[in-house]
Design a protein around this ligand. Sequence first.
Ligand SMILES: Cc1cc2nc3c(=O)[nH]c(=O)nc-3n(C[C@H](O)[C@H](O)[C@H](O)COP(=O)(O)OP(=O)(O)OC[C@H]3O[C@@H](n4cnc5c(N)ncnc54)[C@H](O)[C@@H]3O)c2cc1C
Length: 401
Amino acid sequence: MRKTVLVLGSNFGGLTAALAVKRELHGDVEVKVISPGDRFVFNPSLIWLPFGKRDASQITFPVAPTFEAHGIDFIHDAAVEIDADQQRVRTASGTDHAYDYLVVATGYRNQMDVVPGLTENAHTITTLEAAQRTGEAWKRYLAYPGDIVIAASQGAGCFGAAYEFLFNTSYRLKKAGLQKQVKLTYVSSEPFLGHFGIGGLPHGEQLLGMFLRKQNIDAHVGVALDHVASDAVVLADGTELPSSFSMVIPPFLGQEVAASATALDPDAKGYLPVRGTYQSEKFDNVYVVGIAAQVVAPWQTAIPMGIPKTGLPTEIQAHTAASNIAAQIRGERPTHEKPFADIPAVCVMDAGNNGVIILADKMLPPRDRGVLVPGPQAHAMKLAFEKYFLWKARHGYVQLP
Ligand SMILES: Cc1cc2nc3c(=O)[nH]c(=O)nc-3n(C[C@H](O)[C@H](O)[C@H](O)COP(=O)(O)OP(=O)(O)OC[C@H]3O[C@@H](n4cnc5c(N)ncnc54)[C@H](O)[C@@H]3O)c2cc1C
């Protein structure tokens, strides 16, 4: 009988894992995807949504036709309970789905209660809906401009998005002729500028410092937020930063369905511990990829911070899991390993009309090589990558780089 692979989630990790396992086994496997999100969302472009540079239709696509074209069942529902002992998943509609192999790729949710006032007084861009609301707020802001604070709170890990939104805001202020009258401030839990949650790269701190000075942006780093008021962002050290428009990147947490799967040993944030194979530490037939998978930081910082679990590692993890599941189904041992720390870092930090390309041989130190390449080619690269990735994902060409 054909084995059933059940995949929870349909974005970077889930889409890649489902298509890759189907491909690895030449179709000789039943693959089902369960997800409450029926559209793929290209999160890297959410930084542009509030400024009207992109709308939702340009950075999303419906996943059902992609899965259907590759013989994969798509179930538009949310998983609410994983019973790893019984090998079944229950969904919000009350249906039970049995599996032989499970891939958890349920990603993140925002921890909006990390400080008081975040939901009421700040905006964020870490979901499509939130970025759309931030776009409405930006329109209102332009009618009554004032000072701006962009922050990555304590516990946040998605620092690249905070920097990108900061520099895109600066670019938009310049275009609107507001650069001189608006005080733009960056606040971050990073111990130094350009740490990015990955320990920094050679000359990164100087480069980011230069970018900020050139654009007259003030920075407060290594600091936590105390609360966000309607007219100010207040830091834990008592500093009060007047703000008419505040954008905060909050910490991420694992989704409830992962956080409540006690047999899979979730950590305090709801992430699931994995081996180098992306098998759960507890079950050989359960895999966890992308943001849902736990990564233990090789450092401790005065202000807690997260690790940025970006798209490339998520795709590599999904391919690794798919190869291992295919091996297990063929009766072989799952030997493919790609620990998160050893995956290369390849990222672009967009800054409106220029940016920085970030390259390193490993996501986390110790590294042999790491380089930051500033210039307008970074912006062009992000534009081209967006088009290429959406084309590749929509057609299900997951075998392409
Ligand atoms: C603003 C922003 C900018 C970013 N910029 C970049 C960048 O420039 N470069 C880069 O490499 N990375 C970037 N990232 C990171 C990138 O988006 C993540 O690496 C990627 O989204 C991780 O994919 P994932 O599949 O693990 O999780 P997600 O993308 O969060 O997908 C989770 C999936 O699980 C589904 N799901 C949720 N709950 C359930 C449930 N209960 N049951 C079943 N399914 C569920 C969701 O609907 C979704 O389909 C950015 C992220 C953000 C937020």
